[in-house]
Design a protein around this ligand. Structure first.
Ligand code: SAM
Length: 229
């Protein structure tokens, strides 16, 4: 996801007057915040500032040793973003702990706190980060859905259904668009089985190209990106 953020949101970060990023709900250790800050500093702009926000004060205290102010700091905060005005918020594996009906309000609270033109990246992954999905959300609501998988361990794209963002995970039922999408991707993956000879990446590319050719609004690969959105 960090690679996707770099490939997709770099221009937005470069254009920002204040390149402030929030990693909301970074968890028991601040590793995701540390890595995101390092990647953005190396690939986008060295003056990027990242604030890790956590609702759990013990986790804020535990992250203190990783702080590197002013570039990387940690503080207590929730969806209101502790009064910060970031250009990017990443909230990963946070809303999965909430009820589906709490999601729209959480999105509204977070996007209302963004700097003008800011965005929220909100999603879910498995424990090893091999299956992930996330939404790009701005003040008008969700804009894109990204499905990401480590292709060498992927049996079928249907596995991604278990790791959809909270807003979609309960919608993987007949009659819902996300159900149609997962089924279409899975069918395309099965049809592309002969391409497995050339490796799972070729098979994935073939499957996603088929999806696009059959009318699904698949976006082009982000420049320098490694996946199909
Ligand atoms: C499962 S961990 C996710 C850690 C990390 N983001 C990851 O994906 O590996 C979820 C974290 O979100 C925090 N959290 C839950 N609700 C929150 C909220 N409203 N604001 C900030 N943090 C929250 C929890 O304290 C917990 O540490």
């Amino acid at each position: 996801m960090d690679n996707w953020i770099v490939a997709t949101l770099a221009e937005r970060l470069r254009a920002a007057a204040d390149p402030l990023v929030v990693d909301l709900g970074y968890g028991a250790t601040p590793v995701t915040a540390v890595e995101l800050r390092a990647r953005l500093a190396a690939a986008v702009r060295p003056d990027v500032r990242l604030v890790g926000l956590e609702i759990d004060p013990a986790r804020v205290a535990a992250a203190a040793t990783a702080a590197d102010p002013p570039r990387l700091t940690f503080a207590r905060g929730g969806f209101e973003l502790a009064g910060l005005r970031p250009v990017l918020v990443r909230a990963f594996n946070v809303l999965r702990q909430y009820d589906e009906n709490e999601v729209p309000g959480a999105w509204r609270t977070m996007t209302a706190a963004l700097a003008p033109g800011g965005v929220l990246v909100e999603g879910t992954c498995d424990e090893l980060g091999r299956l992930a999905s996330w939404l790009l959300i701005d003040a008008d609501g969700p804009r894109t859905l990204t499905l990401a998988a480590k292709l060498t361990t992927l049996s079928s794209p249907a596995e991604l259904a278990e790791r959809l963002p909270k807003a979609l995970i309960h919608r993987n039922i007949p009659g819902e668009p996300v159900h149609d999408l997962i089924r279409a991707l899975n069918d395309a993956w099965q049809s592309a089985a002969p391409y497995a000879t050339f490796g799972p990446r070729q098979r994935w590319l073939r499957a996603v190209t088929h999806l696009k050719d059959t009318g699904w609004p698949v976006l082009a690969n982000p420049p320098g990106g490694r996946g199909c959105r």
